[in-house]
Structures are given as C-alpha cells and as structure tokens.
Design a binder for this molecule. Structure first.
Ligand SMILES: Cc1cc2nc3c(=O)[nH]c(=O)nc-3n(C[C@H](O)[C@H](O)[C@H](O)COP(=O)(O)OP(=O)(O)OC[C@H]3O[C@@H](n4cnc5c(N)ncnc54)[C@H](O)[C@@H]3O)c2cc1C
Length: 433
C-alpha cells in the first residue's frame, strides 16, 4: 500500500470518487480508501434522479451546474453512464400532496427553473401511458436519471487512469493531527502520510469527523427501494409523486422508492440518538407521521461495542460498520408500485424482481456540508447530502478539487460550511428530505 499521498479521500461513493478523479486530473497524487466495495452504500442504492425540483433556495445553482456536467459525463469519462434526460413529472395525486407540490413549484419558479404546469389533456397527449387521475402535474424538462453504479464506476475507472490508488476493504480508522494540521490517516492496512484528508464517508462521515473534534449533527434514516422485471421502455421521465417515485432504467426495469411526502422512511433507534437530541427531537416530532421508528439490534450491538471501546480509549476501532445491509421493507416497495400503478395502469403487469435498502445522512437544514473546517487544517468535508447527493455529485467533485488546489472554488461554498450549525439557530425545513 502507498505510504504517502498529496490527498487521502475516505469513501468510495459518488462524492469520494468524483473528488479523487478531479484532483488526480489536475496532477495530485491521490489515495482513495473504501471500507467495503466502490458504491457499496448510498451511491449504489439510490434512485439516481439527477435534477432540480425539491432543491432548496441556493442549492438550485449547484444542481444546475451538476446537470450540465451530467450532460457530458459519458464523454468525459469515456464510459456510458446511461443518462436519460427526459425530464421530471411531478404529480399531486392526493389533497395532502398539494401543499408540498405548490411549495416545490414555487421554489423552482423563484430559482428560474424551466417548468410547465400541465392539464389532463396535455398530459394524455404527451404521456399517453398516464391514465390515472391527478389534481396537478408539473413537468421540468431539463432533468433526468442515470445508472448510479455506472456513474461511480465511471469516476473510479477514470480516476485510476489518472493514477489514483483505490483500496477497497480498507477502512480509515483515525486521522493523525500535529500542531493543528492533518499529518496522516490510519487504516486497517497501515498508515498513510498526507497533508490533506477529504472525508466523504457518507452516513458514517460524522464519526470520522468526531475523531478530530469536528462535530456535525447528522441524523440517519433508512429508505427501501425495488426494481421490477424488465419491460419494453415506455416511461421516459422520472416521476415523483407524494408516496412514490419511479423511473424506467435503460434496461427496462422500473425502479420505485419514496415519494415527496416520504411516508416510507424508517429511523433505526440507536445510542447515536442521544447525540444532538435537542436538534433532532423537534424535527422528528414534527415529521412523526412520515417516519417509523425501529430497533436495529445489529446497529445497537455495534454502537454498544463502540461505546465500550471508547471507554477503554479505543473508539477508533468502531468508526463504521462494514458490509452492513440495512433492513429492507418489501411491503413498502409493493405499496409504492401499487400507488404508481394507479397513475400508470400498465405497471400492474410487472412484478418486483429485486429490492434493497439504503441510508441517508440528513443535516438539520437539509443542505450538505462541503469544504474545509477551521481546525485541523487540511481536513475537508463532503457529507450530509440529505438525499440529494447523487444529483450534486459531479459538481461537488469539481468544487472540492478547486477548493483544495486553488484555495477558492468557482462557485461559493459558504452556505455549506461546517461551522454554520454552531453559529445560528438552524432553520427547520418543512419537509423531512
Ligand atoms: C433509496 C435512496 C434513494 C435516493 N435517491 C436519490 C435521488 O434520486 N437523487 C439524489 O440526488 N440522491 C438520492 N439519494 C441520496 C444519494 O444516493 C446520496 O446522497 C449519495 O449517494 C451520497 O454519496 P456519498 O458519496 O456522499 O456517500 P456514499 O455513497 O454512502 O459513500 C460513502 C462511502 O464511504 C465508505 N466509508 C464509510 N466510512 C468509511 C471509513 N471509515 N473508511 C473507508 N470507507 C468508509 C462507505 O462504505 C461508502 O461506500 C438516495 C439515497 C437512497 C438510499
């Protein structure tokens, strides 16, 4: 294993791989550490809609830049990432959907997003497979969806071509700091000397940040997702309704998951909940009808071992669970497919072929944490994507590389700074994700 690098990136999801690729392309010697396999966690389990609707003020700018990078990504990486740019349909099918629908449409209009409001006749003419009823329908033509595993794999392959050493099965257990500066990363395979560490460790990034005294209030929720058998392609746009979202992949499978009312969200209770309870309890209470609470004994045992290890001064032994399969909820996926079949009756003929679950890292204001921390110097964060990380991945890769190499990114990252949680009473968004 390399014992020295200009930059060590922790995490082999979209953000880590995109950052490593951009750094190496500009001549940096980069090592990327992944505890399991590339795209093992959220980035391999996502719906991978890449778009605009549902973003917050300020975030649209980054999502638009990212979409432009997606436009050319297959060419840039010399690898087909299956970007299907056929827009996004946003139906409101129940009274309860309408306030959230209106909020999302208003935010997108304020941000100048191209958007059409469609009546029934227009929908039937343009999307003839939509036969069910709805109250409102918005169409955002410039959005799309991708094959997430191919995107991450594409970044990882291209990064390797620029010389990035990627070590899988390699967990970062601690960060060495001397005189307020990052000096090294400890792993299960040995130490790597470096002046710069990028923490892109997904839902476990907060634990690595804790090791160097950087506290980020993260909450973890679990979503399930499923995929039907393949069918001849007939649904072009990504569709996100109140209680489901869906897209047809390049190979014809229909992927379904959560809608914008987020009713199929689980929170696995753990000792972690005692951390930042004052921040999260009001949010979880406000969103209680959308979240189901469960006990995950595997996670509880893991957290207990982590606590006992920390009492013995060895907390780095439990920095993140390896090969963890989040619990799946097939009945939720079935419910989502059944709900989608009301709008698109042809879906009734398809059966679920595969299903899985994944975790999402929420921040209190649902915006990511990007950029350097005050101390230690040389420690950068790319985390807390709050369910939007795939859409933002390519621009995050570019901006973090600019920040590290030039000291100034081409778009300002101030609103994503790590110290915003300490400075203000973080506003509470109306939605959970
Ligand atoms: C069901 C579901 C649907 C989603 N739908 C969308 C969507 O439609 N659009 C969208 O934009 N986003 C969506 N998201 C969110 C999106 O997938 C994530 O925000 C994004 O993939 C996060 O990427 P990441 O690189 O930050 O983290 P991850 O992909 O989680 O990668 C982090 C990696 O770090 C590794 N790691 C952790 N700790 C260590 C350590 N100590 N040492 C070494 N390696 C470590 C992990 O194994 C993991 O592979 C969805 C997520 C889920 C679960």
């Amino acid at each position: 294993m390399e014992d020295r690098a200009d930059v060590v990136v922790v995490g082999g999801g979209i953000s880590g791989c995109a950052i490593a690729y951009n750094l190496a392309k500009r001549g940096k010697k980069v090592v990327l550490l992944e505890k399991d396999e590339i795209a093992f966690e959220a980035s391999g389990r996502t719906v991978a809609a890449v778009g605009l609707l549902g973003k917050q003020e300020g975030e649209f700018l980054f999502a638009e830049h990212s979409l432009r990078l997606y436009d050319q990504l297959s060419d840039d990486l010399s690898y087909d990432v299956e970007f299907i740019k056929e827009g996004r349909l946003l139906p409101a099918e129940a009274e309860a959907d309408r306030p959230i629908f209106q909020e999302m449409v208003a935010a997108a209009k304020d941000a100048g997003v191209e958007l059409e409001l469609l009546g029934r006749e227009q929908v039937r003419r343009r999307f003839p497979y939509i036969e069910g009823g709805f109250y409102d329908m918005a169409y955002s033509p410039n959005e799309g969806h991708v094959n997430p595993v191919k995107v991450v794999d594409g970044f990882a392959r291209a990064a390797r071509e620029y010389g990035v050493q990627i070590y899988t099965g390699c967990i970062a257990t601690d960060i060495g700091v001397t005189g307020g500066r990052v000096t090294s990363v400890d792993t299960n395979k040995g130490e790597i000397k470096t002046d710069v560490v990028v923490n892109a460790a997904g839902v476990w990034a907060y634990r690595l940040a804790d090791r160097v005294g950087v506290h980020i209030p993260i909450q973890i929720v679990r979503l399930s997702q499923g995929e039907t058998e393949p069918a001849p392609r007939f649904i072009e746009p990504f569709v996100r309704s109140g209680i489901y979202c869906m897209r047809q992949t390049a190979s014809g499978n229909i992927r379904v998951s959560n809608g914008y009312r987020d009713q199929a969200v689980y929170h696995d209770l753990s000792f972690h909940d005692m951390r930042d309870i004052a921040v999260w309890l009001p949010r979880l209470i406000k969103q209680r009808k959308y979240v189901s609470f469960r006990l995950d004994m595997e996670l509880l045992r893991y957290d207990l071992r982590a606590f006992l290890a920390s009492v013995r001064g060895r907390s780095n032994h439990h920095i993140a669970p390896r090969n963890k399969e989040p619990r799946r909820a097939l009945h939720k996926v079935r419910g989502q497919l059944a709900a989608a079949s009301k709008l698109i009756p042809r879906l009734k003929r398809l059966s679920i072929q595969n299903h899985w679950a994944g975790y999402i890292d929420l921040t209190p204001d649902l915006l990511p944490v990007l950029g350097p921390v005050g101390r230690p110097e040389g420690f950068f964060l790319s985390m807390g994507f709050s369910g939007h990380g795939f859409a933002l991945g390519p621009i995050v890769g570019q901006l973090l590389a600019e920040m590290i190499i030039d000291g100034k990114p081409s778009l300002p990252l101030d609103m994503f700074s790590a110290d915003r949680f300490g400075k203000m009473d973080t506003p509470m968004p109306t939605r959970l994700m």
